[in-house]
Design a protein around this ligand. Structure first.
Ligand code: FE2
Ligand code: FE2
Length: 494
C-alpha cells in the first residue's frame, strides 16, 4: 500500500480554517452520500453502459465538481461510524440515514475507508469508479491498493481511495468515546424509525413481520432512558413531516418511557410499554394513505374507518407470528389509546371501563407529539408550551390529571427543544431540564450566536449559573416560535 497518500493531504490545498462547516458544503456532502448510495445500488442491477444510470451520473458529477470548485480537493472518509468531509463530521438527516447506513456498511465490507477527489471528474471516470468499487471482493485487505492501481491503469488520476482504518484508538479530531450515549441514542432512534417502517410495510404487504428487532430496540431505549432520558427526549424534536407515522411512533415511545420511568416501572415493564407505544398506531397501516394524509377534514365514512385503528391494531398484533413476545397489557394499551376517561373517545364501548395505565400514558405522549408536529392539515404546529397549556385545559376530560402533571414536570416548564429568548438578548434552545426541582425554570440551553463572519456559534450554558451573590448570569424572558425565526430545532440535537 505504498502508493497510498495520507488522508490529511487533501486538506492542505483548502483555505478553510474555521471549525464550523459551511451549510452549503454540508448539504452538498449529504447529497453526495445519497448519490453514491443510489449509484451503488443501480450498478448492482445494470451494466455500466445502461441508460438507467445516466441521470444519476449527471447529478452526481454536478455535486462532485461543485465540491471540487469550493473545496479544492476533498475527501469523504469513514471514522468509526461516521462520515467526515475533509475532517468535518457530517450530520445526517432523517431522510439521509438509509444512505449513510448503506455506504458505511458497503465500504466497510470492502475495507475502503476513504475516497479522495483530487480534481474534476467526468462521466467515464465516475462510471468506472462505481463499477470498480462494487466489484471489490469483500474483506480483502489489499482492496484499496488494488483499487488505486485499477483506477490508474484506466487513466483516472483524480480519484483515489484509502483503506479502512481499523485502529481502536481515537483519531485526532474525534472525541467520541467508544459508547458515547448520544451516539447510541441517535442510532437507537433512527434504527427504531427504520424498523417500525419495516414492520408497517410488511403488514401492508400481508407479510409476516419480525417484531423481535423492535423488542431489542425498545430494550436499548429503556437502558438509555433509565441512564439519561434527555438524550432520547432531545431526539423527539426531529419532526419529520413526510414520515410522520414512523417518527410519531418512536416519539410516543420515548415520551411514554420517560413517563414510565418517573412512575418507577421496572426495566421489564418499561420495555413492554415501549413496544406497546411503538405499535400504538399500527392499525393505521390498514387505512388508505389518502385518508391518513387528507389535507381537508374527513367525511363521516372516513372518520368511522379512522376510529377503527385501535381495534385493527389489536387484530394485527394478535395475528403476529411472535405473539409470545406480547402480553395482554401491551395489547390493551393499543386498544385504549384513544379511549378517554369520560368514554368520549373510541372505540365505543358498551360497558363503562377504566382506561388502562399503559393506555393513559400513551394518550398523553400521543397528544403531545401530535400537537407539536407539523401535519398536512396543520402546517404550523403548536409550540411545546402551547400544547401543554391545551392539554392542561382538557385534563379532567381527556387525560389522567396526575399523569399529566408528571409529564409536564418531565418535559419541563420549558420543554426540551423550546426556543427561548434570554435577558442577554441571546436566543437559546432548551437542551436539558434541570434535575433540581428548585431550578425547573433554569434548564441547560444551547445559546446560539453569530460571529462577525456570520457563522453560527453554539455554546452550552446552564441557566442555574450565577455571577456572585446569587445573581443569575442568564435568565429566560419568554419562549419564541421557532418557525418565525426559521430555526430548525432538530439540527441542534443531531
Ligand atoms: Fe392513534
Ligand atoms: Fe398516535
Amino acid at each position: 500500500m505504498g502508493t497510498v497518500h495520507p488522508s490529511a493531504e487533501p486538506e492542505k490545498g483548502s483555505q478553510r480554517s474555521h471549525v464550523s462547516m459551511d451549510s452549503d458544503v454540508s448539504k452538498l456532502a449529504n447529497n453526495l452520500v445519497t448519490k453514491i448510495h443510489v449509484l451503488m445500488r443501480i450498478s448492482q442491477i445494470y451494466d455500466s453502459k445502461n441508460v438507467a444510470l445516466d441521470q444519476f451520473i449527471k447529478e452526481s458529477l454536478e455535486t462532485i465538481n461543485t465540491l471540487i470548485k469550493r473545496e479544492g480537493a476533498f475527501s469523504l472518509k469513514i471514522m468509526k461510524d461516521d462520515f467526515f468531509l475533509n475532517d468535518q463530521r457530517l450530520r445526517y438527516s432523517v431522510e439521509g440515514f438509509t444512505s449513510f447506513k448503506y455506504l458505511l456498511t458497503q465500504w466497510k465490507k470492502r475495507l475502503i475507508g476513504e475516497v479522495i477527489f483530487r480534481g474534476s471528474v467526468d462521466e467515464r471516470m465516475l462510471r468506472e469508479f462505481i463499477y470498480a468499487l462494487i466489484s471489490l471482493e469483500e474483506g480483502r485487505e489489499e482492496n484499496a491498493a488494488l483499487f488505486n492501481k485499477q483506477l490508474a491503469s484506466r487513466d483516472i488520476t483524480s480519484i483515489e481511495v484509502n483503506p479502512l482504518e481499523l485502529s481502536e484508538d481515537d483519531e485526532e479530531g474525534v472525541t467520541l468515546e467508544k459508547e458515547d450515549p448520544r451516539e447510541v441514542g441517535k442510532k437507537v432512534f433512527f434504527e427504531s424509525i427504520g424498523t417500525i417502517k419495516e414492520v408497517i410495510t410488511n403488514i401492508k404487504g400481508k407479510q409476516h413481520s419480525d417484531i423481535r428487532k423492535l423488542k431489542r430496540l425498545a430494550q436499548k431505549a429503556v437502558h438509555l432512558v433509565v441512564e439519561d432520558e434527555s438524550i432520547l427526549l432531545g431526539m423527539t424534536t426531529i419532526k419529520n413531516y413526510d414520515e410522520y407515522t414512523f417518527n410519531h411512533s418512536v416519539n410516543v415511545s420515548i415520551y411514554s418511557l420517560a413517563l414510565g420511568k418517573r412512575l418507577g416501572f421496572s426495566k421489564k415493564t418499561l420495555a413492554e410499554l415501549g413496544i406497546s407505544a411503538l405499535l400504538h398506531d399500527i392499525g393505521k397501516s390498514k387505512i388508505p394513505r389518502e385518508i391518513l394524509n387528507k389535507p381537508a377534514s374527513l367525511d363521516e365514512e372516513e372518520w368511522a374507518l379512522m376510529k377503527r385503528h385501535p381495534l385493527m391494531g389489536v387484530e394485527i398484533i394478535l395475528n403476529l407470528k411472535q405473539l409470545g413476545e406480547i402480553n395482554p397489557r401491551m395489547v390493551i394499551g393499543i386498544f385504549d389509546h384513544h379511549l378517554k376517561s369520560d368514554l368520549s373517545g373510541y372505540p365505543k364501548l358498551f360497558r363503562k371501563k377504566g382506561v388502562s395505565l399503559f393506555g393513559r400514558i400513551i394518550q398523553i405522549a400521543d397528544s403531545y407529539d401530535a400537537m407539536t408536529t407539523p401535519r398536512i392539515y396543520k402546517k404550523t404546529p403548536y409550540t411545546p408550551e402551547q400544547a401543554l397549556a391545551i392539554m392542561l385545559r382538557e385534563r379532567t376530560v381527556h387525560f389522567d390529571p396526575a399523569l399529566l402533571k408528571i409529564f409536564i414536570g418531565l418535559v419541563g416548564v420549558y420543554p426540551i427543544g423550546s426556543l427561548v429568548l434570554l435577558n442577554t438578548h441571546e436566543l437559546g434552545i432548551v437542551y436539558k431540564p434541570s434535575h433540581d426541582p428548585r431550578w425547573l425554570d433554569r434548564p441547560t440551553v444551547i445559546v446560539v450566536n453569530r460571529d462577525e463572519k456570520g457563522d453560527v456559534k453554539k455554546q452550552l450554558v446552564n441557566l442555574a449559573e450565577t455571577v456572585g451573590e446569587g445573581r443569575y448570569k442568564r435568565s429566560i424572558v419568554k419562549t419564541l416560535d421557532p418557525q418565525q425565526y426559521h430555526i430548525d430545532i432538530a439540527k441542534y440535537f443531531l
